[in-house]
Design a protein around this ligand. Structure first.
Ligand code: LLP
Length: 410
């Protein structure tokens, strides 16, 4: 089941592969960040800016935007999504990313977003130019690189000097000083994001300490810094052990809240994965079970183009047969139909026996699943359904092969 909806019925009605999301779980996870105590000393203003890249489904954005969420975006495309579903949320948008283009900056300025997280001095210059042209004053935060090590997969670690992200923290003060001369720029904050799927809260605390240190200096220099953006990155447990999301958010808040002390800073948060990952699964049907040498392969109708995390990051996802049957567990590789040896969801996984025609669900696939999917091998991407109680609604229908070719000419 996904909440009140039966997975077998969903597969029957909508076909597979199918992304299935629980609206209740998404709202619950968002609420944990919203309601957490970010300051042991009392009320602190904070805005939860859901990171759109984790899952940019319009229906999910609407669900969150209508409840007061802000959004962390990285492109003009993501901005357009927010605008489409929740105009009032535009003023709660933070714009991150190392490669912002003039048209994207213009669109965000016109939309009146909250703040630009600027990743280089050249980008800051461009932001100043575009704001001047539009007669606007752009609120910005430098995204600083705190040189903090966060234990996670190297592809999703971002907070060290060897990474392309942010501005070396030691250089920030001089850049703020130079920016103060530009009437089209308003130094409103400082931001940081050290990586993703981080389970220990210590690196978050360390990064926040460096950032608040910088903010004290900046305020001393006369800049009116009001916002501190802690980024996203809080991890989940993909191995399905007992996981208490409420306790995790409380632990995270207890690590960074006290560092902010009585600074009066408005805290911005950019969680993505934590809100949606465990709210979604990828439902797929077994096509074949085949043996090659000593190995048994379960071939599903979903592939790496639908969910690339196992192939790209050795990401672990639990996989369960939808109908539990008695019988011996077997060790199998769960693989897709794509012509790549990297097309697997699990290797040497011990799981309940499955037969061709049966359904399995790849768990914790709500984040960076559909949003990273592709049409590789000319495969149409999965449909998506959003479950509310017993009701399931198709929030993205399946693509057709004809549509895939529709943009081409010969
Ligand atoms: N803020 C910034 C500036 C980011 O770069 C990211 C993620 C987030 C917030 C949200 O991070 P989260 O709370 O979701 O960890 N595709 C990878 C993850 C890439 C994360 C990219 N940046 C994966 O599937 O594990």
């Amino acid at each position: 089941m996904c909440d009140g909806a039966g997975l077998a019925e969903l597969a029957e009605e909508h076909g597979t592969p199918l992304y299935v999301y629980s609206a209740e779980q998404i709202v619950y996870r968002y609420g944990l960040f919203e309601a957490a105590t970010w300051n042991s000393m009392g009320e602190r203003r904070h805005t939860v800016c859901y990171s759109v890249k984790a899952n940019s489904s319009l229906a999910i954005l609407k669900l969150l935007g209508d409840r007061g969420a802000g959004f962390d975006i990285v492109s003009g495309g993501e901005l357009a999504r927010v605008r489409k579903v929740c105009k009032p949320a535009l003023k709660r948008v933070v714009f991150s990313g190392v490669g912002k283009q003039a048209w994207e900056i213009d669109a965000a300025l016109k939309a009146g977003i909250l703040i630009f997280n600027v990743e280089s001095e050249a980008e800051l210059a461009l932001l100043g130019e575009r704001a001047a042209k539009l007669g606007a004053k752009a609120r910005f935060a430098l995204r600083v690189n705190p040189d903090v090590f966060a234990e996670t997969h190297p592809y999703i670690s971002t907070g060290m000097s060897e990474h392309k992200f942010g501005i070396e923290i030691g250089l920030a003060r001089a850049i703020y000083r130079r920016a103060a001369k530009n009437k089209s720029l308003n130094a409103a904050g400082v931001s940081v994001h050290i990586g993703s799927q981080i389970r220990s809260v210590e690196p978050f605390r360390a990064a926040m300490e460096r950032v608040t240190g910088l903010i004290a200096e900046l305020r001393g220099d006369g800049h009116r810094i009001r916002y501190v953006d802690a980024g996203g990155g809080l991890g989940i447990d993909y191995s399905d052990a007992a996981f208490d999301p409420a306790a995790e958010v409380a632990r995270y808040a207890a690590a960074i809240g006290p560092v902010l002390g009585d600074t009066g800073l408005h805290l911005l948060l950019e969680p993505g994965r934590f809100i949606v990952a465990q709210a979604g699964g990828l439902l797929t049907r077994v096509l074949y079970v085949k043996k090659n040498g000593a190995k048994t392969f379960v071939v599903t109708d979903a592939g790496m183009n639908d969910l690339i995390r196992p192939s790209l990051y050795q990401g672990h996802h639990e996989i369960l047969p939808v109908t539990l049957r008695s019988g011996a567990e077997t060790t199998v590789d769960v693989v897709g139909p794509v012509c790549e040896s990297a097309d697997f969801f699990a290797r040497d996984r011990v799981m309940g026996a499955v037969k061709p025609g049966e359904l399995v669900i790849v768990l914790d696939a709500g984040a960076y699943g559909m949003s990273m999917s592709s049409n590789y091998n000319s495969r149409t991407r999965p449909a998506e359904v959003l479950v509310k109680g017993k009701k399931a609604r198709v929030v993205r229908r399946r693509e057709t092969v004809k549509e895939l070719m529709g943009m081409e000419s010969v």
